[in-house]
Design a protein around this ligand. Structure first.
Ligand SMILES: [Zn+2]
Length: 102
């Protein structure tokens, strides 16, 4: 199964779990299932390339944690670290997509 498909599947699971939860908000088992799904979704999303945040006259940023991915060259110029395949923040390690197309 492709990762994107697995993420979609987990999100659908969470929707049905949340609709069950609306009947009994104190159901611990349900809450834990939802939390586990959320963790899995977040972990899988890091395996899929996410577009780097690029704005003129600003450093490029990790879309997940906001770590700067550019070197300040002075005078408002930034050199992007386009060789980075992943966010250098170890706790994040988001897979990065440097392409410009939408
Ligand atoms: Zn990051």
């Amino acid at each position: 199964m492709e990762i994107e498909k697995a993420i979609g599947r987990l999100k659908i699971n969470n929707k049905s779990l949340k609709s069950l939860l609306s009947e009994d908000k104190s159901d611990k088992d349900l809450l834990e299932k939802i939390e586990a799904n959320n963790l899995a979704i977040a972990a899988l999303e890091k395996q899929v390339g996410k577009k780097v945040i690029k704005e003129s006259w600003s450093p490029a940023k990790c879309p997940t944690c906001g770590t700067y991915l550019s070197e300040n060259m002075g005078d408002g110029y930034y050199k992007d670290f386009e060789y980075l395949g992943r966010c250098p923040n170890d706790e994040c390690a988001q897979k990065l997509d440097w392409s410009d197309e939408q």
